[in-house]
Design a protein around this ligand. Structure first.
Ligand code: NAD
Length: 378
């Protein structure tokens, strides 16, 4: 019977955990045994006793949990110490941030373990239940609006009171993927007047179906700006200039801007310049969801609130971590579904590397970084 380990995430501010009592029960139903480090669920409000009641063993330290582990389930990349505690031949699954955290992957390779990055799970129908990027982005989009409302010194909805009317907040969402669409829906629920932009033409209809207005330069380049996988392409300098002019006019009238634009494997595109921030009204709030990938907004800093002119730029690196009970529950379900592909009928970890999902997500194997998309980055 293979042993699955779940340990406390050691990265600063990481409150999520890779398993819940519910996922532990289901992992055990797959014929696996589960060891959870004491306190691993604390950031997500899950006491050790609940893991124990679900059937997990509790280990006092990460090293103790890892010593026998055949499979390590993680939120973030393991630290060097955690990697050093793994058995050669073990398997690691997590949000390994493969483009940006190469040294951690090299350490896993040197240790002789295999690693699967949840970011690389392909977006095919069979893998939807494993789509951790979507599950986490959805909650990040929701939370971004809550953070914006908190930082904004005014109300979001229109209010008619005996003492006069309060105008609704104008909210502009840049990047209408999974996070952006949830931000639009949340801002609408709170009563904001919402506009949104994206470079993918398919997003226009989605934005409009949520009751928001779509703002973009809709030229020939825009009509072709989507990869077969449904992701954004980098746009030409000409397009970016035209779009920036449109955005400049729009942004100065906004109260809240939420940026979510990402291009897989690249630094986040810069969407808001310093001049555009300076053009905003006093009290405006910008939430930059891409801050960990370099930021969409000039001046944004991870885990800092930067004031530029009258605007506050809020750069929260880990928004899903601010809603850790839900983000952990969804992520644990993503992982559980993935483990269903790794384990065989006898409860051993025996990945079939011909499976297209496993093949796509495998980043470290045979003592090396093995994913084709990561070769050129060497
Ligand atoms: P993402 O996180 O990579 O990027 C966020 C958004 O930023 C995207 O909509 C992208 O087009 C946009 N963007 C990039 N550059 C931009 C720029 N310069 N200006 C404005 N916007 C820019 O994307 P995502 O949220 O993970 O998803 C992208 C698409 O894939 C969405 O349509 C989503 O619904 C779809 N999707 C499909 C599946 C599936 O089929 N299983 C699963 C999840 C998402």
């Amino acid at each position: 019977m293979a042993v699955v380990a779940v340990i406390t995430e050691s990265r600063a501010g990481e409150t999520r955990v890779a398993a819940t009592p519910d996922s532990v029960k289901k992992l055990m139903a797959l014929g696996l045994s589960v060891t959870v480090q004491a306190g691993a669920g604390a950031g997500a409000s899950i006491p050790d006793a609940d893991y124990e009641a679900a059937g997990a063993k509790i280990a006092g330290t990460a090293a103790a949990a890892l010593a026998e582990a055949d499979l390590l389930l993680k939120v973030r990349t393991p630290t060097p110490e955690e990697t050093a505690s793994l058995k050669p031949g073990a398997v690691v699954v997590g949000l390994l941030n493969p483009f940006l955290e190469r040294p951690a992957l090299e350490a896993l390779a040197a240790r002789g373990v295999s690693a699967f990055a949840m970011e690389f799970v392909p977006r095919i129908t069979r893998a939807q239940v494993m789509d951790a990027l979507s599950s986490q982005a959805n909650l990040a989009g929701y939370r971004a609006v809550i953070e914006a409302a908190e930082a904004f010194g005014r109300a979001m909805p229109m209010m008619m009171t005996a003492a006069g009317a309060i105008a609704p907040a104008k909210v502009f969402v840049m990047g209408a993927g999974v996070a952006g669409l949830q931000a639009i829906a949340t801002a609408r629920r709170l009563g904001g007047v919402v506009t949104a932009t994206d470079v993918r033409p398919a997003s226009k209809e989605q934005v409009e179906s949520l009751g928001a207005k779509f703002i973009a330069v809709e030229d020939e380049e825009f009509k072709a700006a989507e990869t077969a996988a449904g992701y954004a392409k980098p746009m030409s300098a000409e397009y970016q200039a035209k779009q920036a002019a449109l955005v400049s006019e729009h942004i100065k009238k906004q109260d809240i801007v939420i940026t979510t634009a990402l291009i897989p494997g690249r630094a986040a595109p810069r969407l808001v310049s310093e001049e555009q921030v300076l053009s905003m009204k006093p009290g405006s709030v910008i939430i930059d969801l891409a801050v960990e990938q370099g930021g969409n907004v000039a001046g944004a800093k991870a885990d800092e609130v930067v004031t530029l002119g009258g605007a506050k730029i809020v750069g929260i690196a880990n928004l899903p971590g601010r809603i850790a009970a839900d983000s952990s529950a969804l992520y644990a379900r993503n992982l559980l579904a993935f483990v269903g592909l790794l384990a065989d009928k006898t409860g051993q970890i025996a990945p079939d590397l011909e499976d297209e999902i496993l093949k796509a997500a495998l980043v470290v194997s045979g003592g090396a970084i093995s994913h084709p998309a990561l070769q050129s980055a060497a």
